[in-house]
Design a binder for this molecule. Structure first.
Ligand code: HEM
Ligand code: PLO
Length: 466
């Protein structure tokens, strides 16, 4: 037994020079399933070589939380790969960009802009309700004539319009050519980016003709033209007094950096170049559309398989919302079964089953294992969410596991549940306030908003008192 902390190497898959562990990774199984299976032979945390890169795979929640939370800053890096470099102009975005002052700054601006949409006249809720209404009328028209419908483009358009209003203050009608164009390039990007294609393992393969890479470059160039067009339109109409959307928020930050600074510190040097702004908008647009649409598609698929869950959700809606109005965001607290169903969907089919790879920014350790600077870390969320020791029958779809024994309140029954990740790289769509604190004469927590709800007990007392 070794005594020093972090002095052992993790168990290692066989590796050959140049190709690394590729032979051991040849399998019919999808990567997240294969990584879960490999635990049987190598244990919960093991390492392998992807070409010349050392990679650690984490399949258990204790090590996952050490990476994301306890040593969050140490593991906050991102790898550079051929495909993400093409997508993000060499990492000038948030999701695939490495840990840096620019990355932090962009997260902060986006976070503030997203908070703004939670409230007031620009509230995103209005757009969501309008899109839901329009989706319902498409469905009922189809139902009237007994027509079967592929829901995918309908869901994508509804979600795209919500995200469009958030990013660009615009929306699309059915059949709009710019929208159809967007659907196509987005699919091309999703099909080719970051799927551990061979060029990402062996960057020298780039010099050979490669169909995937050509498709990716083509799709990215169409996307970039569209983003540029929206950006140019915003520059023309920009005013310091109104903030219509995310682009305005980024433009305002750029203007204020330009005005506050003397010539030696430019907007470029704080990371507010046009390219950085375009890539951040591209991220939020891509993340907003792809993730939300995917969850909705899984929701429909699981509800078709489980009509009893569908009925229970409808029943809950009928009882709490009724049939005279549409559901509102404030109803969310009184719809525990619906909430439990969403949690179960995000457990059983996590949107990002391997998150996005993290990178160790310095020499460190993970449990008892040493980890060298530059090591890539893959958190296998799929393994966490399907861990038999944590979840009874993990492949069974059962929203009830997120309800308390009376079925009236919500719980999270296992610590092995991280649908949005955690820590510094936590999903930007779903953030908890930071615990880092801001140094000054007193150490202050960051500013954030809370929603207060009156405890049922307290409400009863108040009634009695009156
Ligand atoms: C990152 C989940 C929706 C923006 C992530 C990560 C996960 C995740 C697991 C990776 C964390 C990591 O690498 O450690 C989800 C799920 C969603 C969702 C399950 C929907 C149900 C959204 C939405 C937005 C968004 C709507 C934007 C409005 C981002 C961004 C990142 C991210 C920008 C990169 C953060 C960084 O690297 O600093 N998300 N997400 N996501 N998400 Fe989401
Ligand atoms: C989706 C296709 C877009 O054209 C570009 C894009 C940007 C951000 C990516 C997103 C894509 C896919 C989903 C990602 C998101 C960042 C976070 C999100 C990876 C590639 C998650 C949770 O997986």
């Amino acid at each position: 037994r070794m005594s020093a902390h972090g002095s052992r190497e993790p168990p290692h898959l066989p590796a050959l020079p140049l190709i690394g562990s590729l032979l051991s990774l040849q399998s019919e199984l999808q990567p997240h399933v294969l990584f879960k299976e490999l635990q049987v032979k190598y244990g919960q945390t093991y390492s392998l070589m992807m070409g010349s890169h050392s990679v650690i795979v984490v399949n258990h929640h204790v090590h996952a939380k050490e990476v994301l939370l306890k040593k969050g800053k140490t593991f906050a890096g991102r790898p550079r790969t051929v495909t993400t470099d093409i997508l993000t102009k060499d990492g000038k975005d948030i999701a695939f960009g490495d840990y840096s002052a620019t990355w932090k700054f962009h997260r902060k601006i986006v976070h503030a802009a997203l908070c703004m949409f939670g409230e007031g006249s620009a509230s995103i809720e209005k757009t969501i309700c309008a899109e839901a209404q329009s989706l319902c009328s498409v469905l009922s028209e189809a139902a009237d004539v007994g027509l079967a419908l592929d829901l995918s483009p309908e869901l994508t358009r509804a979600v795209t319009n919500v995200i469009c209003s958030l990013c660009f203050n615009s929306s699309y009608c059915r059949g709009d050519s710019e929208f159809e164009n967007m659907l196509q390039y987005s699919q091309g990007i999703v099909d080719t980016v970051a799927k551990d294609s061979l060029v990402d393992i062996f960057p020298w393969l780039q010099i050979f003709p490669n169909a995937d890479l050509r498709l990716l470059k083509h799709c990215v160039s169409i996307r970039d033209k569209l983003l540029q067009k929206k950006f140019d339109e915003h520059k023309v109409n920009y005013s310091d007094h109104v903030q219509r959307d995310l682009i305005d928020a980024l433009l305002r930050a750029k203007r204020s950096a330009e005005n506050n600074n003397t010539s030696e510190i430019s907007a470029e040097s704080v990371g507010l170049s046009d390219d950085h702004i375009l890539m951040t908008v591209g991220d939020i647009f891509g993340a907003g559309v792809e993730t939300t649409t995917t969850v909705l598609k899984w929701a429909i698929t699981y509800l078709i398989h489980h009509p009893e869950v569908q009925r229970r959700i409808q029943d809950e809606l009928d009882r709490t919302v009724g049939d005279s109005r549409s559901p509102k965001l404030t109803d969310r607290g009184s719809l525990p079964y619906l909430e439990a169903t969403i949690r179960e969907l995000l457990r059983i089919r996590p949107v990002a089953p391997l998150l996005i790879p993290h990178v160790a920014l310095c020499d460190t350790s993970l449990g008892d294992f040493t980890v060298r600077k530059g090591t890539r870390v893959i958190i296998n969320l799929w393994a966490l969410h399907h861990d038999e020791k944590e979840w009874k029958n993990p492949e069974r779809f059962d929203p009830g596991r997120f309800l308390n024994s009376e079925g009236t309140g919500l719980t999270i029954p296992s610590p092995s549940y991280l649908p949005f990740g955690a820590g510094l790289r936590v999903c930007l769509g779903h953030d908890l306030p930071s615990l880092e604190g801001k140094f000054g004469v007193v150490l202050q927590p960051a500013k954030y908003k809370v929603n207060a709800t009156i405890r049922p007990d307290w409400a009863r007392h108040k009634c009695q008192a009156e």
